[in-house]
Ligand binder design. Sequence first.
Ligand code: UP5
Ligand code: MG
Length: 193
Amino acid sequence: MAKYNVLFVLGGPGAGKGTQCDYIVRDYDFVHLSAGDLLREERQRPGSQYGEEIEGHIRSGTIVPVQITCSLLQRAMENSGRKNFLIDGFPRNKDNLEGWNKAMEEVADVKRVLFFDCDEKVCVDRCLNRGKTSGRSDDNEESLKKRIHTYNTSTMPIIEHYRKLNLVSELHAEQTPDEVFGDVKKVLDDLTL
Ligand code: UP5
Ligand code: MG
């Protein structure tokens, strides 16, 4: 069977990963899988043995063990019956990267990493603004400090890892959503899958 094509979508909290993935699936043949959304769904699933553990990590901006996240991603990929995936918000640390490589290296090719680079303060303001209506338990000042810290200390090294492999496309995420998407399109139009 042909391997899955994967684009990892990374960037700080509120950088616009989900927003840009929505734009991409409208115009391109990709399935959008947000690791955060899959974890939030699993947290709500009646009978889930991971609900409390996931909520603890989300609220404190720390990272859920890769076995949980990677199996949710893997199941969603298999169930979709599709081939091209945007994996949004993963891998976030070394444990995630190693777990992904172990489980998925044989079945998926990481074709590119879309890195949405956004000023920290802009990120925080966007999340606080969204927090007025999102109901997300981590869109508050206290959680955001921790999310930003985790991003800087754990996720940036993963972006650097992929940069060394020449797989990173850096996007200026402080522009308007349409402007950012204009830049995203240039990257996707150059991609051969
Ligand atoms: N907005 C978007 N783009 C804009 C633009 N260009 N100009 C102005 N406004 C813009 O956007 C955020 C807000 O900004 C929205 O209101 C939007 O309208 C506006 P969004 O597209 O939602 O940004 P996104 O980058 O997706 O932000 P999100 O908050 O989802 O990012 P996080 O990475 O923090 O959240 P995620 O859901 O990925 O993870 C949450 C938690 O889950 C993590 O902290 C962690 O605890 C856990 N997690 C894991 O443990 N493992 C994983 O693999 C994934 C998550
Ligand atoms: Mg998101």
